[in-house]
Design a protein around this ligand. Structure first.
Ligand code: 9MR
Length: 484
């Protein structure tokens, strides 16, 4: 698939950065530059739309200019990398690793052992302990092995703790825990370490920004890290996802307390999936004070991050509000640093202000120089080595929104789309020279209609998440929709 636009570099820079933004920030004053000087990694995901070449060119330009660590939103997960038993597909992951190497970005691998987004075939072995152990070992060995030396850090185990008040392992809806028991976690770390002894290995979870009270997820994590360290299980980091809301004002200080508790155990704490959303109903009504409050919270997280010596990475789960899981799968919106038109929000300025208020001479880094200034790897061969399987559909079934109300998605270039049930309404296009396309999350075309405007019937499309691309003349809109 071709890129959507072909803008000249100059036009691109102007479109991306905007005159005001260019004036406000000196050319080298990017988050990336300030992060590097401080021996830290600050980044965002590459959204699935990027992997499918279905994202505005502004995205990549901002991404590589502003950030120095990258994560794949969905493309290194189990269902993406091993869609059929022992048949691996590294194509999209390779694309990201190549991009990271070409642009000098650190790569986080996400995620190896997780109860969600497991390929369907694994469920054929439900309850068969030995078989599941063999499946998990093979997966971790081949995936980590494929990117040995190229992925700095893996989320080895993701979200293995339940949501109850009294935290314990997640014992239902987890093919790994139900079939193997808690030893799947310990084994996963050992296998990942065997496959790449130099990679950092994390336990990653949500709601661990809620404090270290008794029975909390955070204290449970700390207890497990103690046990892992005592038993020589090769864990080196914990990831706090930190998907929060604007009202969650205590969370930055809770993250600080968790960082301190983990520092005592010699383990790094990374913020791995931050977003600070507003309630969805507030979209369109948000004031400058609301955005300032969001900026304030972002700043507090960045302050904590820079002040705690055992924190290394600060990753935001998305770059622009135009492409965010919050709008599609959560009752939240506008949680990121750049708005739907790719303009930096007050939150961006707050992150920059925090970086500037913490001079490089005062910020400690948990990384050795070999990690901060790695040898140039741009010439590295990233050819897919395993037999790849191209057709990998595993429909996302996690979309909870059951409302059939008309929803408006985005309005760049005056194009807007709304979806009501399975009817897609497209506004702002001319019938002539226009095209409406729908792709699945693997980037395969599902629907296409040219030179037509108005209403499109999507009743033949199966439930799931899709990317819609609308073009009209030189204007275009790309966004994700959920069909049910
Ligand atoms: O952003 C991801 C979204 O596109 C997927 O549909 C979803 C499916 O589980 O996963 C999202 O990413 C999740 C991440 O992998 C783990 N932590 C929570 C993230 C947001 O749901």
């Amino acid at each position: 698939m071709k890129k959507i636009h072909a803008l000249s570099h100059f036009a691109l820079c102007t479109a991306i950065i905007g005159v005001g933004f260019m004036n406000a920030q000196a050319a080298d004053e990017t988050i990336r530059q300030l992060a590097k000087e401080r021996g830290r990694f600050i980044g965002t995901i590459l959204n699935s739309e990027w992997f499918n070449d279905a994202i505005e060119p502004e995205f990549e330009e901002i991404h590589k200019t502003q950030f120095n660590v990258v994560v794949a939103e969905n493309e290194m997960k189990f269902d993406a990398t091993e869609p059929k038993e022992d048949e691996f597909n590294f194509e999209k992951g390779d694309k990201m690793v190549k991009y990271a190497q070409a642009n000098g970005l650190r790569v986080r691998g996400h995620a190896l052992a997780w109860h969600s987004q497991v390929a369907n075939w694994v469920n054929n072995y439900k309850g068969q302990k030995q078989k599941l152990l063999a499946v998990l070992k093979n997966h971790i060995t081949k995936v980590v092995g494929h990117w040995k030396g190229q992925i700095a850090e893996w989320d080895v185990v993701n979200e293995a703790i339940n949501d109850d008040y009294n935290a314990d392992w997640r014992s239902t809806n987890s093919v790994w825990y139900e079939g193997i028991g808690a030893e799947f976690l310990d084994s996963a770390f050992v296998w990942a370490h065997e496959a790449d002894p130099d990679a950092e290995l994390c336990y990653n979870d949500y709601s661990i920004e809620w404090g270290l009270r008794e029975g909390s997820k955070a204290s449970f994590v700390v207890e497990q890290v103690k046990r892992w360290k005592k038993n020589n299980i090769p864990i080196t980091c914990v990831g706090t996802q930190t998907h929060i809301e604007i009202a969650h004002e205590t969370t930055p200080q809770n993250v600080r307390a968790l960082a301190k508790a983990l520092a005592e155990l010699g383990v790094t704490l990374n913020i791995t999936e931050l977003d600070i959303g507003f309630p969805k109903g507030s979209a369109g009504k948000l004031t400058a004070a609301d955005y300032a409050k969001q900026g304030h919270l972002y700043r507090q997280f960045m302050d904590v991050f820079l002040e705690e010596p055992n924190m290394g990475e600060f990753v935001i789960w998305g770059l622009t509000d135009a492409h965010s899981w919050l709008d599609e799968q959560q009752g939240k919106t506008e949680g990121l640093l750049f708005d739907k038109q790719y303009k930096p929000k007050p939150a961006y300025d707050s992150v920059m202000a925090s970086l500037k208020a913490h001079p490089a001479s005062e910020v400690k880094t948990p990384y050795p120089d070999s990690i901060l200034n790695p040898p140039d790897t741009t010439a590295k061969d990233t050819t897919v080595k395993d037999t790849t399987v191209k057709d990998t559909t595993v429909r996302d079934t996690t979309v909870k929104d059951t409302s059939d109300a008309i929803k408006m998605f985005a309005i760049p270039n005056n194009i807007s789309i709304h979806i009501a049930g399975r009817t897609l309404f497209v506004m702002g296009t001319a019938a002539k020279d226009s095209k409406v396309e729908v792709f699945d999350m693997q980037g395969r075309p599902i629907f296409s209609m040219e030179n037509s405007k108005g209403v499109f019937d999507l009743s033949s499309i199966a439930d799931g998440l899709y990317v819609v691309r609308v073009r009209s003349g030189s204007a275009s809109l790309v966004t994700r929709i959920s069909i049910r």
